[in-house]
Write a protein that binds this ligand. Structure first.
Ligand SMILES: [Ca+2]
Length: 112
């Protein structure tokens, strides 16, 4: 019974950690980059990495997830963000780093 309770508690802690990860990812993103005010990217907020308001990731979010997994961490850092700057996640011909500088969406090919 004690072991079961421990497992349950651990499960809940892990689950809440995963849900809470997203806003802190956004905080790291905004402190790493000076996103042009009122740009598409500035207005996108969570949608910089997610599809709309869902937990599904867009191509840019998926590339970040892959780096997190390769680095075996759950913590978003400026270093992790910089590792995908030279990629063109949404394949629109503009690199992620350039899109972020311009304020367009690195995970949406219709925005460049
Ligand atoms: Ca784009």
């Amino acid at each position: 019974m004690k072991a079961f309770r421990f497992g349950l508690t651990l499960g809940l802690v892990v689950l809440s950690g995963a849900v809470l990860a997203m806003p802190s990812f956004l905080v790291t993103f905004k402190s790493t980059y000076k996103v042009p005010k009122d740009s598409a990217l500035d207005k996108a907020s969570c949608a910089a990495c997610h599809i709309g308001k869902s937990i599904k990731l867009n191509p840019y979010g998926l590339d970040l997830k892959k780096v997190l997994q390769d680095t075996k961490t759950m913590k978003m850092t400026a270093e992790i963000l910089k590792k995908v700057e030279d990629m063109d996640s949404d394949k629109d011909g503009v690199k992620n780093g350039e899109e972020i500088k311009k304020g367009t969406l690195p995970g949406d090919p219709k925005s460049k």
